[in-house]
Design a protein around this ligand. Structure first.
Ligand code: PAF
Length: 283
């Protein structure tokens, strides 16, 4: 049995602990999450613990990054199980604020990210999403004042947006991306996988399989745009409702016509029943 992480319900108590750790010469890492922790999150904690003596995991289901009609109320909230996993993973702290701590009465500031936030991928389907993510991540980084912060590569556009706002707003926290963790059949781990019905769960690994096949085709000389369009059509025939499947420049997320403009990242979002899945791989 490992020690439970120290729980911080407010910004002041987290900052107090961070200040004490820093005064003792320790480095601090933050792993921002919305809870419903799975092995993918734990891999972020492990990466953080390799880099910093102290790791804080924040758990906050951020209302501003969900549009009306999205799954904010239904989003899984599993705090006790999350804490047990964080104890097992030896996280030092868990910042678990109420919404009023993050968005108190009178809160009225917005963050409008540009660059990768307007790449025409997630933003085309969820226009409110990245402004909400940028706002809460800027606040969490400012609140925790950590040396490092860790995010999953599964939300690849989100990671690019976070790198952009951190650079643009001079936030003194170094950002690390951590490779996507997958089930044995290739499905990327996600808190939303629990929404999949049994038949959809059996179908879901096709997403990663098609990404891998398409990456291999591009590596062997296929034109990126055409290969992506064919992959999208294949997913469509297999019963996925595809929002996008595109080959993009891996750093800027700009559209890419030839392999010479690489490195290339393939990014996909597709729905199976009521579950929206996203994934991406490096070509
Ligand atoms: O990736 C997530 O879980 C969220 O978007 C994040 C970064 C914790 C912000 O709420």
């Amino acid at each position: 049995m490992s020690d439970a992480p120290q729980i911080f319900r407010d910004i002041a108590s987290m900052r107090h602990a961070v200040a004490q750790w820093r005064a003792a010469g320790e480095k601090i890492a933050l792993v921002p999450t919305m809870g419903a922790l799975h092995a993918g999150h734990i891999s972020l904690v492990e990466a953080a613990r390799k880099k910093a003596r102290r790791t804080i995991v924040s758990i906050f289901v951020n209302p501003t990054q969900f549009a009306a009609g999205e799954d904010f109320s239904a989003y899984p909230r599993t705090f006790d199980a999350d804490l047990a996993k964080l104890a097992e993973a030896r996280a030092d702290g868990c910042f678990a604020p109420q919404a009023r701590e993050i968005y108190p009465e009178g809160f009225s500031t917005k963050v409008t990210p540009g660059g990768p936030a307007l790449a025409g991928l997630e933003d085309r389907f969820r226009p409110d999403h990245f402004p909400g993510v940028a706002l809460v991540v800027a606040k969490l980084l400012n609140q925790a004042q950590a040396d490092f912060a860790f995010f999953g590569e599964k939300d690849f556009q989100q990671l690019a947006v976070i790198r952009r706002i951190v650079a643009d707003l001079d936030i003194p926290t170094r950002i690390f991306g951590v490779e996507t963790l997958r089930e044995a059949d290739g499905l990327a781990l996600s808190s939303r996988n629990i929404y999949l019905e049994a038949e959809e769960r059996a179908q879901a690994p096709l997403l990663a399989r098609i990404l891998n096949e398409t990456a291999a085709a591009i590596r062997s000389g296929a034109a990126p745009e055409e290969a992506a369009a064919q992959a999208s059509a294949k997913l469509g025939s297999a019963g996925f409702a595809v929002d996008y499947l595109e080959a993009r420049q891996a750093e800027t997320l700009a559209p890419i016509a030839s392999r010479e403009e690489g490195p290339i990242r393939l990014l996909v979002a597709a729905r199976l029943g009521k579950t929206r899945l996203i994934d991406n791989i490096l070509v």
